[in-house]
Write a protein that binds this ligand. Structure first.
Ligand code: NAP
Length: 206
């Protein structure tokens, strides 16, 4: 499958591109700055220069699946969270539908199921919630992964992927990237949603 990674310059996105490149799939890396292109071109990965805040349909040329790993990050205001994490994701889903993409894998967040309960980053969890609901109602085959807190620890290759985790937890970004890539190519992961933290199940056995 040709898999478009939106947010390819991000910590999770970059590792997803690398793992796709090492798999049977073909990544297409979408980045928004000229200087971000060469790292992928040197790996022999097709790149597209496009910005979620502008027209980015050109990124969908012959794309079979999308991994959406973009986010405005903690250093911007709530306006950018709505523009990128919510509206950017929604437009990416619309384009997936228009371009007959077979699977949309959305990197969401634990807590997005019930933002009303949030004590912190409520606007962020509402944005994630809206994007998740929009995807589920879109008619595009979806896989929604809601990780706990992301760390930069090396991946362990083992995780806990549950409909609902009993408690909050953490997970290395590398393992998140591996799970996104693994599930993108798995027919049984269509139209499913999970919470993801570290655990004992080998990602290859998910
Ligand atoms: P990250 O390194 O900040 O990556 C996000 C990427 O989105 C960046 O590469 C950024 O581009 C890109 N982006 C932002 N605005 C864009 C735009 N207008 N057009 C195109 N791309 C754009 O984040 P991460 O650590 O990989 O995490 C990925 C996501 O996981 C987060 O955004 C968050 O939604 C979710 N998450 C995070 C946590 C946590 O504990 N931090 C927990 C659960 C879920 P630039 O590189 O150009 O800035």
């Amino acid at each position: 499958m040709r898999v478009l990674v939106i947010g390819a310059n991000g910590s999770v996105g970059k590792q997803a591109v690398e793992k796709l490149k090492a798999s049977e799939h073909e990544p297409v890396a979408m980045v928004r700055k000229e200087e971000q292109l060469s790292q992928f071109e040197e790996m022999g990965v097709q790149t597209v220069l496009a910005d979620l805040e502008k027209d980015f349909e050109k990124a969908y040329d012959e794309i079979d699946a999308v991994i959406f790993a973009a986010g405005s990050g903690p250093n911007t205001g709530p306006d950018k969270t709505i523009i990128i994490d919510q509206e950017g994701a929604i437009e990416a889903i619309d384009l997936a539908k228009k371009n007959q993409v077979e699977r949309f894998v959305l990197l969401s967040s634990m807590g997005a199921d019930n933002p009303k309960d949030a004590e912190k980053i409520k606007h962020y969890l509402y944005a994630k919630h809206r994007a998740d609901v929009y995807l589920k109602n879109s008619g595009v085959d979806y896989t929604i992964v809601r990780p706990g807190g992301l760390t930069d620890d090396p991946g362990t290759g083992k995780v806990s992927l549950e409909k609902k985790q009993a408690s909050f937890g953490q997970i290395p970004r590398e393992d998140v990237a591996s799970v996104l890539v693994h599930l993108a190519g798995k027919p049984e992961a269509a139209n499913k949603q999970w919470e993801l933290i570290e655990g004992d199940t080998a990602i290859s056995e998910l």
